[in-house]
Ligand binder design. Structure first.
Ligand SMILES: [Zn+2]
Length: 456
């Protein structure tokens, strides 16, 4: 781990607002949804639009997944943008989205995609601990992660054997989940939340797919009893999808996951997820909804542009390694249009530093609560920033003008309600309030018209 030994470099880093490892501070990268498409130039299978060969940008297009050269670029950026990381957490969806899965993404392509990027990271960070998780696109057919041993878990387990270790392979083979150790007393639990996904037809009739709940509770109890702490990471976050009024996780699984996370919230110091390709957070409230007991971070996609639009992004998190707590985020992005226009000088730019962007001292649950509360103000400048940052400074889905009353309230329902009942109730309230607003507006016009008729 490189600490700040050179004083002049330290001063320069301070002046340029770069991450700087001092004393008990450590950094880790959160990579997610990098969606490598090795057939990008020849097939455009991952693209939502059709492009001529001349139009295809070298690093990718806003409506396609990203080629190998992009994957090399993001790994290079991780090497150059910050101090050596304590660890890397990689929350899945390494494989591309394709239109014709049987032709272009059988299991062999999934495994090859994972292996491709794994090798790049291994080469750049040969001695760094890396904790990868599987995404819902990392299997064939997509979303159908198996609740028992499978050829996929065996093959991917071999690719990741040196990272996750022999002991972890036992549960990885069983259901794609495992536990790791960052340092003595600091654990990380990598879950396969794809087993709890609504779209996973292999698990919906089961009570505890691959016994992951039982394992998770046992692990958290072991950690608590030992007086230790843990991080949790997975592809699909707890809670609901804030881009729609629906949930990605099956309710019975979602409720049970929430119960466990709430019960052990005092030993969970950070949670990291991907999947929605949006830069956002989850406030974790207890079942009765009267207390916030924790929070979770969802990172936007490293390159998952084909379904949502958006620029590629990368996240570095700072935390205190002795009194373990998360303190800040450096969020980077690549302006794809700019990078494709001048590939020689393509760069990863700082999008924001969390504490400065949102005016808080750290990224604790208390600070996030303050930030989310500020979103509720009319014309909130922090909410405007949040919308701008949602997909790496891209306005392809929302922008500050288009995210109106219903859009903002809908997003807040997702941020503030991890329990499906409350989330759906929140959405119903938004719609009925929106309806009332419209009815009142039309009522107002009707009254004006009546008065006009009376006066004339
Ligand atoms: Zn994805």
């Amino acid at each position: 781990m490189s600490r700040c030994g050179d004083v002049s470099l330290c001063v320069l880093a301070f002046l340029l607002n770069l991450p700087l490892a001092l004393g008990s501070e450590g950094y880790f990268w959160h990579v997610t949804d990098n969606h490598i498409d090795t057939l990008y130039e020849s097939q455009q299978e991952s693209c939502n639009d059709v492009f001529s060969t001349e139009e295809l940008g070298i690093f990718g297009m806003p409506s396609c997944d990203c080629p190998l050269i992009f994957q090399k670029s993001f790994v290079g950026a991780m090497e150059s943008l910050g101090p050596a990381p304590e660890f890397i957490v990689w929350t899945g969806d390494m494989s591309p989205h394709v239109k014709n899965e049987s032709a272009f993404k059988p299991e062999s392509v999934v495994v090859a995609s994972i292996e491709n990027v794994t090798n790049l990271i291994k080469e750049a960070f040969p001695s760094t601990k890396v904790f990868p998780a599987l995404g819902n696109n990392d299997c064939y057919p997509k979303d159908q992660l198996q609740p028992h041993n499978s050829t996929l878990y065996t093959a991917v387990g071999e690719v990741w054997r040196n990272w996750i270790g022999e002991a972890a392979l036992q549960t990885f083979h069983k259901g794609g989940y495992y536990s790791g150790t960052i340092r003595e007393g600091e654990n990380i639990l990598i879950l396969n939340t794809n087993l709890w996904m609504v779209k996973n037809g292999l698990t919906r009739n089961l009570n505890d797919p691959a016994s992951q709940f039982k394992w998770l509770e046992d692990e958290l109890e072991r950690i608590k009893t030992a007086g230790e702490i843990t991080h949790i990471a997975a592809h699909i976050a707890l809670g609901n999808n804030e881009d729609s009024a629906n949930s990605d996780l099956t309710k019975k699984f979602s409720d049970r996951f929430n119960d466990i996370v709430v019960k052990y919230s005092d030993i969970i110091i950070g949670q990291y997820y991907g999947h929605t390709h949006a830069d956002t957070v989850r406030m974790i409230n207890n079942k009765s909804g009267d207390k916030i007991v924790g929070s979770a971070f969802i990172s936007p996609a490293t390159c998952g542009t084909s379904w949502y639009g958006g620029n590629p992004t990368l996240r570095m998190v700072r935390y205190e390694t002795t009194d373990v707590k998360l303190t800040d985020i450096w969020q980077y992005y690549m302006n794809l249009t700019k990078a494709n226009a001048d590939p020689e000088n393509a760069e990863w730019e700082l999008e924001y530093k969390f504490t400065e962007a949102y005016g808080v001292n750290d990224i604790s649950t208390a600070s996030l609560t303050k930030v989310v509360d500020s979103f509720k103000e009319t014309n909130s400048p922090y909410f405007a920033k949040f919308i701008r940052y949602r997909r790496g400074m891209s306005t392809s889905k929302y922008n500050e003008q288009s995210c109106d009353y219903e859009c903002k309230k809908g997003i807040l329902c997702g941020i503030e309600h991890i329990w499906e009942n409350r989330f759906k109730q929140c959405h119903e309230n938004v719609q009925s309030n929106g309806h009332v607003t419209k009815v009142n507006f039309y009522g107002f016009i009707h009254v004006c018209f009546s008065i006009y008729m009376l006066l004339h």
